[in-house]
Design a protein around this ligand. Structure first.
Ligand SMILES: Cc1cc2nc3c(=O)[nH]c(=O)nc-3n(C[C@H](O)[C@H](O)[C@H](O)COP(=O)(O)OP(=O)(O)OC[C@H]3O[C@@H](n4cnc5c(N)ncnc54)[C@H](O)[C@@H]3O)c2cc1C
Length: 587
């Protein structure tokens, strides 16, 4: 059995285990960050939870975030103090518990006036206005002071400071002329959110051998109290009874409720908004950012962000109301909007559509709202309980809203509700629990010494070990033990990754499709590094591991090209002819 992940269970073994499970205490539906977090919480309390995801882990909103781990400065205006406090607290915890992927991010707000926006901010705070408007230095100063106050005890981040016109222009000469001063504060960013999601699953399964997580498995029906699941690749169906169902399907919550509570569902809970981002290649823009984020308001007062990301610049995002959870293509109008907002802050740096390397987007699973302004819909999270009823013997907990940043707190709250329903109690807290490769990761100078020791122990170049530590944190020991077992070489079309490294991911991290590897287990896609030749090379490696014949390999390759063209702006891939899918020479 080649597909054998770290828990020792390959997909076939996982499915076999599922066949044996007819009654389970809790089924978590949705393998985004909130479902995953709830799964980890419950597994750690000894509950044999089952987590299922219809596609790949973190393929919905949880792979579409702006990659900020942040308090949400602008939520202070609408009085969401509890959310901001919880978010900055969780941000600081993630900096400690996942130091391999979450790092501080110096953030600068360009400001056009000292006092503007005071009246509007006051009105928004008291709910008298929803209209976005530009905020002056005083409003921003007030927000940042509160931000600092919330985290003063943890002492993880430096405090904010304001800079006058001359100092701002010296540091950011490319800012538009309207910039009169600036404020700089610290938040955080995450480089591999999908990998962190996967590591949470791995931690959960390692802590509890009865906890089981399966991707590419969806809930498709409920009848006479039994819930039906379907395997995406074989179509096999499974039927089981659960005491509690956690509906963590984000933008799909209403759809799943329709399946669980036919025919009408449970009333509308979600009012999603689409958000899209661009990855642009511009050395000039990259230099202008000076290694930090610029968090700015565009013409109409909407907040946009741009910051360096794997050598390019991440810019986003839009905020468009939609009822379709699959409506995640970044449209031409969105591209124009984002580029115009970029010109608004850096007018002399020419960025055109030709500089866009990659696009990505998702649906924010926000609570249904009649607010006229999407940016004003609460980003807070809540849990709605649907009691068991005749013919439906399970209680359903619906996880509404939330930010990536607050996944631990939200998962903890959801798990506590489940524990109460099951009559169980909490055994372990995750507040200070390191995650995956963040566990026992040496810091500072000690990390360099450790890297040198590993390089000697495994006879691998120190730079290579350092690169792998940046990707896998302290899990690098397991990787090194694997990659050094047989001859290794860099990928032919992307020398930063090696063949054995990718094989290790394929064997250990529930990879089913080439896209899982390209988009979520590695940063190749978002770093703008995908070429037809590289996609073909990686698909051929996966085909070899899985024993795909040329027809299967060609089908997977075609599908991967189509999805990357359709959903990530790589339109040139749509027309590439595939002759021999195993020929990985330059194409
Ligand atoms: C554009 C954008 C930018 C954002 N930026 C940030 C940010 O910078 N920082 C931050 O903290 N937060 C950010 N967020 C918010 C954050 O990403 C989301 O709130 C969070 O990821 C929601 O996670 P979730 O698990 O609830 O939903 P999702 O990640 O959408 O997960 C739901 C999952 O359920 C699965 N599913 C659906 N139906 C079924 C079924 N029948 N059976 C099995 N599985 C099913 C779906 O495939 C999906 O993977 C952003 C969100 C968006 C969209």
């Amino acid at each position: 059995m080649l597909n054998n992940d770290a828990s020792g269970r390959g997909r076939a073994a996982r499915l076999a285990e599922l066949r044996r499970r007819h009654e389970i205490p809790v089924l978590i539906v949705g393998g985004g960050i909130n479902g995953i977090s709830t799964f980890r919480e419950l597994a750690l309390q000894g509950i044999p939870a089952l987590l299922v995801e219809q596609r790949d882990w973190c393929q919905g909103a949880s792979g579409a975030l702006s990659r900020m781990i942040h308090g949400g400065l602008r939520y202070l205006e609408t009085g969401e103090f509890t959310l901001v406090k919880e978010s900055v607290t969780e941000r600081d915890r993630l900096l400690k518990n996942a130091p391999h992927y979450v790092q501080p991010l110096r953030t600068t707000v360009p400001i056009d006036a000292y006092c503007s926006g005071l009246i509007n901010a006051g009105k928004r705070f008291f709910g008298l206005s929803e209209r976005p408007s530009r905020r002056g230095a005083l409003v921003i100063k007030a927000g940042l002071t509160l931000y600092d106050l919330y985290t003063r005890d943890s002492g993880v981040m430096p405090r904010h400071h304001l800079a006058g016109g001359a100092a701002t222009r010296r540091r950011w000469p490319a800012f538009n002329d309207w910039v009169k001063c600036s404020a700089t504060y610290y938040d955080a960013w995450i480089n591999y959110p999908e990998r962190l999601g996967y590591e949470l699953i791995e931690d959960a399964e390692q802590a509890n051998s009865q906890a089981l997580a399966l991707n590419y498995l969806s809930v498709v029906g409920a009848n006479d109290g039994r819930i039906t699941l379907r395997d995406a690749s074989t179509g096999e169906q499974f039927s089981l009874v659960a005491q509690v169902v956690v509906n963590a399907t984000g933008a799909w919550i209403d759809q799943l409720n329709g399946v669980l509570i036919p025919p009408a569902g449970a009333g509308k809970m979600i009012g999603g908004t689409k958000g899209s981002h661009l990855i642009v290649r511009s050395p000039e823009l990259l230099a202008a950012l000076r290694d930090g984020m610029v968090y700015y308001e565009n013409q109409e007062g909407r907040v946009c962000i741009l910051f360096p990301y794997f050598g390019n610049v991440l810019v986003g995002s839009t905020d468009i109301r939609t009822d379709d959870p699959n409506d995640v293509v970044c449209g031409d109008d969105e591209v124009r909007y984002i580029l115009a907002s970029l010109r608004f802050v850096f007018p002399h740096i020419a960025i055109t559509e030709r500089d866009i390397l990659y696009t990505f987007g998702g649906i924010r699973p926000l609570p249904v709202s009649d607010s006229a302004i999407n940016g004003r819909i609460s980003r807070n999270h809540s849990i709605q309980t649907l009691a068991a009823a005749p013919g439906r013997p399970f209680t359903t907990l619906c996880l509404i809203g939330g930010k990536w940043t607050t996944f631990r707190a939200f998962g903890e709250q959801a798990a506590d509700r489940v524990l109460t329903l099951l009559g169980e109690r909490r055994l372990v807290s995750t507040v200070d629990m390191a995650i995956g490769g963040g566990r026992d990761l040496p810091a500072g100078g000690a990390r360099q010494v450790w890297i040198a020791e590993l390089a000697t122990q495994y006879n691998v170049a120190r730079e290579q070990v350092a690169r792998w530590v940046a990707r896998y944190g302290s899990r690098v020991g397991r990787l090194l033990a694997f990659v050094t077992q047989s001859p290794d070489r860099p990928l032919r079309h992307q020398g930063d990754y090696t063949v054995n490294e990718l094989r290790w991911i394929m064997l250990n991290e529930q990879v089913e499709l080439p896209e899982d590897l390209l988009v979520r287990r590695t940063a190749l896609a978002i770093a703008g590094q995908l070429t037809p030749a590289l996609i073909k090379e990686i698909t051929a490696l996966l085909a070899a591991e899985r024993g795909w014949d040329p027809h299967q390999a060609r089908t997977h390759l075609r599908l991967t090209f189509e999805r990357l063209a359709g959903y990530h702006g790589l339109s040139a891939l749509a027309n590439i002819a595939i002759e021999d899918p195993f020929d990985v020479s330059e194409s």
